[in-house]
Design a protein around this ligand. Structure first.
Ligand SMILES: Cc1ncc(COP(=O)(O)O)c(C=O)c1O
Length: 389
């Protein structure tokens, strides 16, 4: 009997709903549940953004299908913003607006790899990138990253692992799940490796607006017009503008990819939501200062996370960045799943187990602290200490 596509059936289920379900078994003894499973900003959208969204929602234009690759006003605003951040000349035609960065990463994987081909992912990986590949019958070549080197992948190691099947290397910086911010020269070395070896670098920069104050420009890839042949950059408007439910992201790629990206986006989205696009075209220049303020706020939360989690006896803060802390738990031999579940059920702190992020991650938990205010981070850390087996 025919049934589900075996490639789809083999993909693991989304980890966040399962982790959240554990909280139902917590008795509330240590205070309300603290949900650290999903990377969402813990503050609302700017009030002017809300007004723009309301206006745009009532505009007859928003009820109609739009261009497959996005409305020109948003592509222009985004291209101008990127050009000033990266010091390169990014054109509106280089930009495709997608219904979120996850859809963009799915489209990029489909664009580049056939079933049986492979993409390379640093481990720990963002689980949806691995799930995309699985759904499409594309293999994953893991590129191990280690706490000793801040979970920053090594381009030389990547080159050793490149085989004829690898069509793309997909990096996330600032990283999910570790938070690691890859130094510009590492990102540029990956760009150079991909150029030399005829592989495409897919760079997911969903969290770039929250990079540390010291990082002015995330990398210099766009300074060389040759990027268009071997770099595809992904971005999400979800976090920076607090609109994850509006589903808006962007894919930046050179003209040789454009027609094929358009085919894929026509099938999987037709167009991204129009009201969100209209409001974002306004917001990109208008809310620049607000975004910078949030960057400082999130950096402050990150520093609070550093202080709180680095002093927990037994636990080790292996990495921390824009939205995430990646903690080594003090229960060697116990699965990350068992530790995360116990932490949720007994202490009311819901995290994701390292096992959701690839092989060899059993000793880690991911904490998405972005939606918790600095004061509560300290109280949350104290709850971790209550856990024993
Ligand atoms: C690395 C990364 N890419 C993409 C996404 C999803 O972004 P979007 O809401 O735009 O689909 C996330 C969200 O957690 C993420 O962490």
């Amino acid at each position: 009997m025919r049934g589900i596509n075996p490639a789809v059936a083999a993909v693991a289920s989304p980890p966040i709903p399962e982790a959240r379900s554990w909280a139902a078994r917590y008795d509330g003894a240590l205070g309300p549940v603290v949900d650290l499973t999903q990377a969402v900003p813990g503050y609302p959208a700017h009030p002017d953004m809300v007004r723009k969204l309301v206006e745009a929602a009532g505009d007859p234009e928003s009820f109609a299908y739009g261009h497959i690759t996005g409305d020109l006003a948003l592509r222009e605003a985004y291209a101008a913003d990127l050009s000033s951040l990266y010091g390169g000349a990014i054109r509106p035609d280089d930009v495709a607006i997608t219904a979120g960065a996850n859809l963009a990463s799915f489209a990029a994987t489909m664009l580049l790899a056939r079933p049986g081909d492979a993409i390379m992912l640093p481990v720990p990986w963002y689980f949806n990138h691995q799930m995309n590949a699985g759904l499409l019958g594309v293999d994953v070549v893991p590129l191990p990253c280690r706490p000793e080197t801040g979970f920053v992948p090594d381009p030389l190691e990547a080159e050793r692992l490149l085989d004829g099947r690898v069509r793309a290397i997909m990096l996330v910086s600032p990283n999910n799940p570790t938070g690691a911010v890859y130094p510009p020269d590492v990102i540029e070395a990956f760009g150079e490796l991909c150029r030399r070896r005829g592989v495409i670098l897919i760079l997911d920069e969903t969290y770039r607006d929250f990079r540390p104050a010291a990082v002015d420009r995330p990398h210099g890839l766009f300074g060389d017009a040759g990027w268009r042949d071997h770099v595809i950059q992904l971005y999400s408007f979800s976090k920076s503008y607090c609109v994850p439910g509006y589903r808006a992201g962007a894919m930046v790629a050179g003209p040789r990819f454009g027609p094929d990206i358009t085919k894929i986006l026509d099938c999987i989205q037709i167009c991204a939501g129009r009201a969100g696009q209209a409001a974002l075209a306004w917001a990109i220049p208008a809310l620049r200062d607000w975004r910078e303020g949030n960057r400082a706020l999130m950096n402050g939360r990150g520093e609070a996370a550093d202080r709180a989690f680095s002093q927990l006896p037994g636990w080790r803060l292996d990495s921390r960045g824009a939205y995430f802390a990646y903690l080594r738990h003090p229960f060697p031999g116990r699965s990350s799943f068992a530790v995360a579940e116990a932490l949720a059920v007994r202490c009311g702190v819901v995290t994701l187990p390292g096992s959701a992020f690839g092989p060899g991650q059993q000793d880690h938990l991911r904490l998405a602290f972005a939606n918790v205010e600095s004061d509560s981070i300290v109280a949350t850390a104290a709850r971790l200490q209550q856990l024993s087996f």
